[in-house]
Write a protein that binds this ligand. Structure first.
Ligand SMILES: *[C@@H]1O[C@H](CO)[C@@H](O)[C@H](O)[C@H]1NC(C)=O
Ligand SMILES: *[C@@H]1O[C@H](CO)[C@@H](O)[C@H](O)[C@H]1NC(C)=O
Ligand SMILES: *[C@@H]1O[C@H](CO)[C@@H](O)[C@H](O)[C@H]1NC(C)=O
Length: 784
């Protein structure tokens, strides 16, 4: 475990996607030396006896009432804002007693979650004098809470020279330590805290990973500095990684303030620590929470998902919670953080490439990508071998036969180990360079890496051709030509990354997830001074900016946009902000074609990209929004089967449970979501969804008419088809009827998935909702 340690979390959700399956550090079954494990305990707050002055006193007393031998139970954190309850170190005796306690709703093991830019502003269409930046003062005074691996405070992205005083609403703190003096915080980083009680319990209460971790908010990993600077970094001129991606770096909301909550450690990010940070972020007064963290497998049920629970609490306080969808694509139902109150963000490419092409001896050129910054290969051709013929198809360290590899370029297959690690294996075996070839599962997605040897990555098709060439040629040769940074329309962008986790939503299929895509491939942003760009121990280099990929990178783009929208429209709820981003997203590439899925080379669809790519300037002025009040989320929870008292895991105030009786919500699909997802159990089936739209445009008398795109096997009817708003009528309701009209009958002849859209326009605005349909056995569109 030690070797995987510090960077394993990072590997999983961003850089080294191939680690996904091998790093299962999230298991909750490991037992600590004293037999105590950490748990999250949800309690009914209304049961607190009045003699206890605080929830904390009550929680301590509850724990004291438990058997104290062989070990007493110990409290980690008390929670009272995003949930009611506590986390504690408990034995099996303790958990059994607590589960019988009438005030206790649930006792769940503390789980580990995993952590899942110069040019992106221009790609997103930002310009200085119009649109979202100028209408939001660059997000000045909006506070973004970044829950991640901490922050590297000396980074120029966190300069406060352009900023006014710390917002008076801020109630947080700068937790100082030997390597995090008070000067680490300023008018940009206005708060910084570290949470490690859950993590330390997993480490048997011993010290942190000695040389590499810090008990302070300092980021020794890089990921947190990268995400924070992407969301809200200040403007930095002439930023680059070596000579790559040179230009002005700036966060999406370059004048927003950052509150860094360090929750992720070498073996992951523990629920107890995540919830403690969410509690504190609410109390501190953040406006947006950015969480590039999620479950490593499929999304846990809402009541077992600390991020879903904590995000619900934060949403109740009016805070926008933006999360990464995960890097477990391209399989279906892989998206995490899929609760409807969360903004779920997938990853796509931008129009910037770091080209490094392979030229083979037969004169063919294959497009590749690389951030290699050392001495180049000669222009002349060098002998080329396939790793599979040299002892290790996946180029594992120590397994390549150096007498076959020495002085040659090695073609390695992707998978099994970190990409840069393979280059290291080639280098150790004496190889001159590496071509890293995708296999079918990663398709044509190219991820640029700061390789330690001259190396480039090519897509699966090129990989197949180069392997064929090696097999059929008597003396195969190649070289790699490093072309640096290329910006332009070829290849078209955005395209969905193969790693980006996808829908359908496996918990609530009638809620479309992910919500949207945003830049997440080869993103330049700030980096820690503690590790090199590859994150490998053997990499002694230190860089100010690094280029990495993952939905971890796309999430903070959207967090920053949410901060800008929050500033431009202080009265918008988190749901209204999401709606604005969803209904203005686009689903075509800059070539004019439908956005491509890099995993297949085919058109992407709403199960892969949600509504499509964010369009910040349009989101500023969406025309209509689909708003959702907290009590409708409560009704949603009832609609998906939560009952009293279990539902109290989400609610602090039991009176909110009334919403389940009073709400108009008939089914989960009726939630006033800005997109649609319909599940048909059989042909001929009908689903009806109700929606309410609020006019937020400048014309109070706007008249909107509907336009519908139906797929072949569905009829869509919207009633009414015209919405006439007025000063008195800012909100209007409509109902959609979806009818599956598949002919032929029988499951076998049913289409699997189809897609359409519902679009309201008033001449000025286009309010577009994607609609996804799936046909499946037994799942009825009407009952969830
Ligand atoms: C904690 O202690 C248990 C039991 O002694 C051991 O198996 C486990 O490896 C320890 N964990 C760490 C991180 O030291
Ligand atoms: C920009 O940065 C590069 C690389 O760090 C450096 O070589 C160059 O001199 C800088 N240019 C300016 C104008 O500061
Ligand atoms: C490495 O390759 C050489 C040349 O083909 C061969 O003689 C040798 O046995 C190989 N070594 C191993 C460990 O396979």
């Amino acid at each position: 475990m030690a070797k995987l340690s510090l960077s394993s979390s990072f590997f999983v959700f961003s850089l080294f996607l191939c680690f996904l399956s091998s790093s299962s550090s999230s298991s909750s079954s490991s037992s600590s030396s004293d037999g105590l494990e950490s748990y999250i305990v949800h309690v009914q707050s209304s049961h607190k006896p009045s003699l206890f002055s605080s929830h904390n006193h009550w929680h301590v007393s509850l724990l004291r009432s438990l058997p104290s031998s062989p070990q007493p139970a110990t409290l980690l954190y008390s929670y009272s804002r995003v949930l009611h309850g506590f986390s504690a170190r408990l034995s099996s005796l303790h958990t059994a007693a607590l589960r019988r306690h009438p005030s206790v709703i649930s006792v769940t093991p503390d789980q580990a979650r995993q952590i899942h830019t110069t040019h992106t502003p221009a790609f997103l269409g930002f310009s200085q004098n119009t649109g979202l930046w100028s209408n939001s003062d660059d997000g000045e005074d909006v506070i973004v809470g970044v829950l991640d691996t901490g922050i590297w405070p000396e980074h120029p992205s966190f300069s406060d020279s352009d900023l006014g005083p710390v917002p008076s609403t801020w109630k947080g703190e700068c937790e100082t330590g030997p390597d995090f003096p008070a000067s680490s915080c300023n008018r940009k980083i206005i708060g910084a805290r570290a949470y490690y009680k859950g993590y330390l319990t997993r480490r048997n209460g011993t010290k942190l990973h000695a040389a590499k971790e810090s008990r302070s908010p300092r980021d020794t990993e890089g990921h947190g500095t990268h995400t924070a600077s992407t969301a809200a970094g200040s403007v930095v001129a002439n930023a680059s990684l070596y000579h790559y991606a040179q230009g002005t770096a700036r966060g999406m909301a370059s004048k927003a303030r950052i509150a860094a909550y360090k929750i992720c450690w070498s073996s992951g990010c523990y629920d107890s620590d995540i919830l403690a940070a969410l509690e504190q972020a609410v109390a501190d007064g953040v406006h947006v929470i950015s969480l590039s963290v999620g479950a490593s497998g499929s999304a846990p049920e809402y009541h077992r998902d600390s991020i879903a629970i904590g995000a619900f609490g934060a949403t109740r306080h009016g805070i926008v919670v933006s999360c990464s969808a995960g890097n477990s694509g391209p399989g279906p139902e892989t998206a995490t953080n899929i609760a409807p109150w969360i903004l779920t963000v997938g990853a796509s490419t931008v129009d910037r490439e770091f080209s490094a092409n392979v030229i083979t001896g037969d004169g063919k050129v294959f497009t590749g990508t690389s951030l290699y910054a050392g001495e180049s290969l000669p222009d002349s051709q060098i002998s080329l071998v396939y790793s599979g013929d040299c002892g290790s198809r996946l180029c594992s360290v120590g397994e390549l036969n150096s007498s076959l590899v020495e002085g040659k370029i090695v073609l390695c297959d992707r998978g099994g180990s970190a990409r840069v690690e393979k280059g290291r294996a080639v280098k150790l075996a004496g190889g001159a360079g590496m071509i890293l070839a995708n296999t079918a599962s990663s398709g044509e997605e190219l991820t640029a890496d700061s390789h330690l040897v001259p190396a480039t990555m090519v897509g699966a098709k090129a990989g197949d051709q180069i392997r064929d060439y090696i097999k059929t040629s008597n003396s195969p040769t190649a070289t790699i030509s490093f072309l640096g940074t290329l910006i332009g329309p070829s290849p078209p962008s955005p395209r969905v990354a193969a790693f980006s986790s996808r829908g359908p939503n496996h918990l609530t299929p009638v809620i479309l997830k992910p919500d949207m895509i945003a830049p997440g491939v080869n993103i330049l942003a700030g980096w820690t001074g503690m590790v090199g760009p590859t994150d490998l121990d053997i990499d002694p280099r230190r860089v100010q900016f690094n280029i990495i990929s993952g939905t971890s990178m796309s999430c903070p783009h959207v967090s920053g946009l949410a901060a800008l929208l929050r500033k431009a429209h202080p009265d918008w709820s988190p749901a209204a902000i999401k709606s604005a981003l969803v209904t203005t997203a686009y689903d075509v590439e800059n070539s004019g074609e439908a956005i491509e899925d890099l995993a297949t080379g085919k058109s992407s669809n709403p199960f892969i990209h949600g509504a499509g790519h964010v369009d910040p300037n349009k989101a500023l002025n969406p025309g209509l929004v689909y708003d959702i009040e907290v009590k409708e989320y409560v009704a949603f929870l009832c609609a998906v089967g939560y009952e009293f008292p279990g539902i109290l895991v989400f609610l602090q105030d039991p009176s909110l449970y009334d919403a389940c009786e009073t709400s108009k919500l008939r089914t989960a699909g009726d939630l006033n979501y800005p997109s649609f997802s319909v599940v048909f159990g059989s042909t001929g089936e009908v689903a009806k969804y109700r929606r309410v739209v609020k006019n937020v445009g400048s014309n109070v008398d706007a008249v909107y008419e509907v336009g519908v795109k139906s797929p072949a096997n569905v009829e869509i009817e919207v009633s009414p088809s015209k919405l006439v708003f007025s000063k008195e009528k800012r909100e209007l309701e409509y109902e959609v009827t979806f009818k599956s009209v598949v002919l032929g009958g029988g499951v076998g002849s049913m289409p699997g998935q189809e897609f359409g859209s519902i679009e309201w326009t008033d001449g000025d605005h286009v309010v577009k909702s994607p609609v996804a349909f799936q046909w499946g056995q037994g799942s009825s569109a009407q009952s969830f």
